[in-house]
Ligand binder design. Structure first.
Ligand code: NDP
Length: 399
């Protein structure tokens, strides 16, 4: 029986609390976040005696250390924002608590996505005998585990990896983001980047796009983005010659984003407004719907997967593995939309891997460094069934 502390009472936090409460492995759950009202609302909807709540500013390491010492969790699940990653890793290190997150650290004043800051904790975590699992949502997260699973079972060498992420849902809002607006807009407005033959190729934001067919959904225009799992996957699977990430956006979404960018509302540097410093993107976030509020009327589904090509026994082969998730099903089960659901469920499974002793090597690790099998066995039963398409023509064979 394990104790878990969950930091962040947003869309993803809600799913993680619901799912942890339903598992007998977790006997005590503490949800801690900046706004206590949001913790109350989640605890009320879960309605389990296992769930307690606390107010916490996770940027303050001393406050987190104090709470960790009081609650004594076995693992901390960080589903606050990427800005909190290092402060929470410091606190876990001080108290000796395992750590797991779903997004890599970003400095608030720079849209820079890389694992370097968190990888630097490896020796300290190893020496302390505790584990940190980085990027254990869906993408990053399941996409890395899908790739590790493909390598373990179907390939001697992986050469080409295309991660494809489609949200074909409709939330009825004119413009909204499916996870934290600030983090989401920072990700999409940065230059696109992909890996080819040992180098990173940077291209203007959303400048490369192509139609891609998604199961049960059909063809959707998909845009090349930089996504953080590309960095860890090409490091840990060095036979990869090319790795790219594609995400669907509607034309309306792109038009809105372009107008917001042209107006300067996506800027992350502070500007002076009548004597007060404000960051335009933070102001915009305050105007946009909370991701969790989209859940009730969301219809349609997401489809996220990996198209992989490489060789097995000297022969070329192709492999596609994916999950489709219905927004309405996620809402019926845990009052969430599918983006929060597909992020929260893998975070819970990753934590189960640690507390069950299956993924417990001390140090800082990305998910593809572990045995994918026990994780894959739990994905379907916990709500994210996956499907494989083996040796069929790949949509990426031409380029
Ligand atoms: P939300 O904005 O809905 O929730 C974030 C929560 O964190 C809010 O409750 C917020 O509190 C809280 N928080 C923010 N700052 C602090 C702080 N200093 N101390 C304590 N709590 C804080 O975001 P989501 O739930 O949509 O996303 C959560 C995380 O999941 C993000 O890091 C996101 O990048 C990641 N993600 C990962 C995905 C993946 O597949 N790997 C996909 C989608 C999201 P308050 O409301 O008071 O501001």
């Amino acid at each position: 029986m394990a104790r878990v502390m969950i930091v962040g009472a947003g869309g993803v936090g809600n799913v993680v609390v619901h799912k942890c409460a339903a598992r007998e492995e977790f006997s005590h759950i503490l949800l801690a976040s900046r706004t206590i009202d949001k913790c109350h609302r989640i605890a009320e909807s879960v309605s389990s005696p296992k769930v307690k709540i606390a107010e916490l500013d996770a940027d303050n390491v001393n406050d987190t250390v104090k709470l960790l010492k009081e609650f004594r969790p076995d693992i901390l699940i960080n589903v606050a924002l990427p800005y909190q990653d290092l402060a929470l890793m410091d606190a876990c290190l001080e108290v000796g608590v395992h750590y797991l997150d779903t997004a890599n650290y970003e400095p608030p004043d720079e849209a820079k996505f890389e694992y370097s800051w968190q990888w630097k904790y490896h020796e300290r975590y190893k020496n302390a005998g505790i584990t940190a699992i980085l990027g254990c949502g869906f993408d990053p997260g399941v996409t890395g585990i899908f790739t590790a699973y493909a390598l373990k079972h179907y390939f001697d060498e992986i050469h080409y990896l295309d991660i494809v992420d489609c949200n074909a849902g409709n939330h009825g809002q004119v413009f909204a983001t499916n996870f934290n607006p600030e983090i989401n807009i920072r990700e999409i407005t940065q230059p696109g980047k992909y890996y080819e033959n040992g180098t990173w190729i940077e291209v203007p934001s959303l400048s490369i796009h192509r139609p891609i067919s998604y199961p049960e959904i059909g063809i959707k225009e998909s845009y090349l983005l930089y996504h953080e799992e590309l960095e860890s996957l090409v490091k840990h699977i060095p036979t990869i010659k090319r790795a790219r990430f594609w995400m669907t956006f509607s034309q309306s979404y792109i038009n809105h984003l372009q107008v917001l960018q042209n107006l300067g509302l996506t800027r992350i540097d502070p500007i002076d407004y009548e004597g007060t410093k404000i960051v335009p993107l933070k102001f915009l976030k305050a105007l946009l719907p909370e991701p969790s509020s989209l859940a009730e009327n969301y219809t349609g589904q997401t489809s996220i997967g990996c198209h992989i090509r490489g060789v097995k026994n000297g022969k070329e082969r192709s492999y596609y593995i994916y999950n489709n998730c219905e927004h309405t099903q996620a809402y019926q089960e845990v009052n969430a939309q599918a983006i929060s659901y597909t992020t929260g469920v893998p975070a819970v499974i990753g934590s189960l891997m640690v507390v069950n002793g299956l993924w417990k090597q001390p140090g800082v690790f990305n998910v593809e460094q572990y045995d994918p099998n026990p994780f894959m066995e739990l994905l379907g039963p916990l709500g994210l069934p996956w499907h494989e398409v083996i040796d069929q023509p790949s949509p990426f064979e031409d380029n």
